[in-house]
Design a protein around this ligand. Structure first.
Ligand code: ADP
Ligand code: MG
Length: 243
């Protein structure tokens, strides 16, 4: 049997307490095998980002567990968690999170350099990814010299560099026109086809259609799951596309 890349067991995340308690995610069970591309849909506030934060070890469940490549994230100290995140998890944030003082190239090589890889090897890998994302020409620009779409593609290249087996993307197409959006989806699909597990939040059914299946969240609960062919029956749930 193939070992899962990501497993959530009854993962719950509660913020605050008493009258101020907010259950951002409730009892989520989810398994991603190598090669699986799963889309996450749901209206604003339904828990999509919380799900990704937990899967990426950026936040901890208040109950239940999150396992990445067989390791329960709660069993790791901060140093080991940082190492696992750097080596195993690529994260594309909703707001890019590029380092403003670094060039596009340096932003992409950053995770490998942190990991102690030789600079020439990191540059070679980054250049290949910048080419794949159509950005080879802007490798030397800093984030404030990039359009929103370019910055997003740099963020995606940074998430894909190295041998990461879990790719988490929070609305990676949010800032992109539809042609560029499709190019991004193609990159993520290709990663999954080469054995990574990909979990992507999206508001758009046409992007979810690239995934093997789609899970739907409402009020912190996974309410349904479907293959790529017909998410339309559930689209009423996600018609509120405001963030
Ligand atoms: P989505 O990404 O689907 O819009 P989120 O996962 O960001 O939703 O949020 C889910 C719910 O949890 C929302 O009601 C949100 O307000 C709440 N929430 C998220 N983070 C926090 C926090 N740090 N403190 C309190 N409530 C939070
Ligand atoms: Mg969100």
């Amino acid at each position: 049997m193939t070992a899962p890349v990501l497993q959530l067991h009854a993962a719950t995340r509660v913020h605050g307490e008493g009258a101020r308690e907010v259950v951002a995610l409730r009892d989520a069970n989810l398994t991603l095998l190598p090669g699986e591309f799963v889309a996450v849909m749901g209206s604003s506030g339904s828990g999509k980002s919380t799900l990704l934060h937990l899967a990426g070890g950026l936040d901890q469940p208040t109950a239940g567990s999150v396992t990445v490549e067989g390791t329960d994230l709660a069993s790791l100290n901060a140093t080991r968690l940082a190492l696992l995140r750097r080596r195993s998890i690529g994260y594309v944030f909703q707001d890019f999170n590029l380092l403003p003082s670094l060039t596009a190239m340096e932003n992409v090589t950053f995770p490998l350099e942190l990991d102690g890889q030789p600079a020439h090897r990191a540059r070679k890998a980054a250049l290949a990814l910048l080419r794949e994302t159509g950005l080879a020409d802007i490798a030397d620009r800093r984030p404030d010299e990039l359009s929103g779409g370019q910055a997003q593609r740099v963020a995606i290249a940074r998430a894909l560099i190295g041998a990461r087996r879990l790719i988490l993307a929070d609305e990676p197409t949010g800032a992109l026109d539809s042609a560029t959006g499709a190019a991004v989806l193609e990159l993520l699909r290709d990663r999954a086809d080469r054995g990574a597990a990909v979990l992507m939040v999206t508001h758009e059914a046409r992007f979810a259609a690239w995934a093997d299946r789609t899970i739907f969240l409402r009020d912190g609960r996974i309410i349904d799951e479907t293959g790529p062919s017909d998410p339309s029956s559930l689209l009423a749930e996600t018609a509120d596309t405001a963030r």
